[in-house]
Design a protein around this ligand. Structure first.
Ligand code: SF4
Ligand code: SF4
Length: 469
């Protein structure tokens, strides 16, 4: 990237860092305990590509010692924002928050290439803002998949002669439905499933009927429909009323990760309005990345100086909203008696588990989902040997940093192979984030590993269905 900055720009950048509530950078004591947990440091072996190195760079910008130039920006762009360093840090450095604020300042104060500006405009500013465009894109991809072209590209000689990044992207394609989940169920109050005596039990255990909202996302709203449908089924099975607000929007995580905090703020304000006044006990997410973003909306407004940016929302409004947001697996884990009363299939099965970074390191949810899955009758859950390492998906990282993403994915694929050596009967791997699901599925397919990959909630719904069939 070629950058051209005047002295004035450098000074105003320093001021912007000062305004962005960046003092937490001082928590880093440079101990280096985070280094061995960083996927990019493991791959590249360069201090600049480690959490400590990147924090040095951010601090240099904050103190005005460094300028916004390629040598500083490139290592920051190579970060996956997986936040494994946050879990490893004994000093409580909020690395993700600092990185995302830095990327926001970089975006607002540097010249982007024409290609990047075009991609940002078409994808982040247009596609993810419009449900109609997402439905159209979903139809186009559905027709493309039905044409057989992706299989032709990946399964024939074409795989050898076409660019490898393009071939890999065929494996990455989501299973598009062409239908918007939120429009299909917009604003209905979907009742619990009547299940005879068992239903009466669930209501009694619940004491009162819970009403929950479902967050449907952008890409997920029009693809992998089985994940949302399974989430809905399980929630209704345990006696919840479910509402899917039709006016909700993308969570903005992809925007925040790439520095576009302005669009993310717009989405945050839309989502808080969409879920309020619906008397919800919880807001359920089934995408770890979306859940983490929804739980951290208030960071987008620290340093927001004008009332237009805040739109009259107070810290309490954000706290009330964020406190209701919960991952589906963590939510279900709070009702073990209800789950135990459901008619599960009891067939024996070994299932491999991958922990999405934004579930484990951002939402701090790890043990409960594993306990829940392991408690299913007949199920033995086995965590991958490197379950807690990033898969290299990281939003659109696999599109903008394809080589490094591929290297990180190779480690994940190798860890799957190693786990399979010990547990050859495993037929399924589960992961609770769609981005990880696409990425690991692509890794499995391109390496011809005989394993299916599901969201855990799809696996749960399948165990219920198998018992009935
Ligand atoms: S977020 Fe992940 S890739 Fe980035 S510095 Fe931390 S551990 Fe490394
Ligand atoms: S981020 Fe935390 S673990 Fe890493 S060097 Fe700084 S204080 Fe140490």
């Amino acid at each position: 990237m070629s950058l051209n900055f005047s002295q004035k720009t450098v000074l105003s950048t320093k001021e912007l860092f000062r305004q962005a509530d960046f003092d937490n950078i001082l928590k880093c004591v440079h101990c280096g305990l985070c280094l061995d947990n960083c996927p990019t440091y493991r791959e590249l072996g360069d201090e600049k590509d480690s959490p400590r190195g990147r924090l040095y760079l951010m601090r240099g910008l904050w103190e005005g010692e460094l300028e916004l130039e390629s040598a500083v920006i490139d290592p920051l762009n190579r970060c996956l924002d997986c936040r494994a360093c946050e879990s490893a840090c004994p000093s409580g450095v909020p690395y993700g928050e600092l990185l995302e604020k830095t990327r926001g300042i970089i975006l607002e104060n540097t010249q982007q290439s024409l290609k990047e500006r075009l991609l940002r405009f078409l994808l982040l500013k247009r596609l993810f803002r419009s449900t109609n465009l997402l439905i159209t894109a979903s139809w186009i991809l559905k027709i493309y998949a039905a044409s057989g072209l992706p299989k032709l590209i990946t399964n024939t000689f074409l795989a050898k002669i076409l660019p490898q990044t393009f071939v890999f992207q065929q494996h990455l394609l989501p299973e598009c439905s062409g239908v918007s989940f939120k429009r299909k169920h917009a604003d209905e109050i979907i009742p619990p499933l009547p299940t005879g005596e068992k239903h009466k039990n669930t209501v009694q255990i619940c004491k009162k009927r819970l009403r929950v909202g479902m967050f449907s996302g952008c890409i997920m709203d029009v693809s992998e429909s089985v994940i949302h449908e399974s989430t809905l089924t399980i929630l209704r099975h345990i006696g919840c009323e479910v509402v899917v607000p039709g006016n909700q929007s993308c969570c903005g995580a992809l925007h925040v990760h790439s520095g576009d905090r302005t669009t993310a703020r717009e989405f945050a304000l839309k989502n808080i309005a969409a879920f309020e006044n619906r008397h919800l006990d919880a807001i359920i997410t089934n995408a770890a990345g979306c859940g983490a973003q929804l739980q951290e909306y208030h960071y987008l407004f620290t340093g927001a100086t004008t009332e237009t940016q805040k739109e009259g929302r107070s810290a309490t409004d954000w706290k009330n909203f964020e406190n209701k947001v919960i991952d589906i697996l963590e939510f279900l884990s709070a009702y073990p008696e209800l789950l135990a009363s459901l008619p599960w299939c009891k067939d024996e099965d070994t299932v491999l588990y991958d922990a999405p970074c934004h579930l484990m390191h951002a939402q701090k949810v790890d043990e409960n989902p594993r306990k829940l899955l392991n408690s299913l009758p007949g199920v033995k859950l086995v965590a991958l040997t490197e379950s807690n390492w990033c898969c290299g998906s990281a939003g659109i990282y696999n599109l903008v940093q394809p080589e490094l993403s591929a290297a990180v994915l190779n480690r994940k694929t190798e860890s799957i192979r190693q786990t399979l050596v010990e547990y050859p009967k495993a037929s399924t791997i589960v992961t609770a984030n769609p981005g990880c699901l696409y990425q690991i599925r692509a890794g499995i397919r391109s390496n011809k590993i005989d394993l299916r990959i599901l969201h855990p909630v799809v696996y749960l719904a399948e165990r219920l269905r198998l018992n009935r069939s």
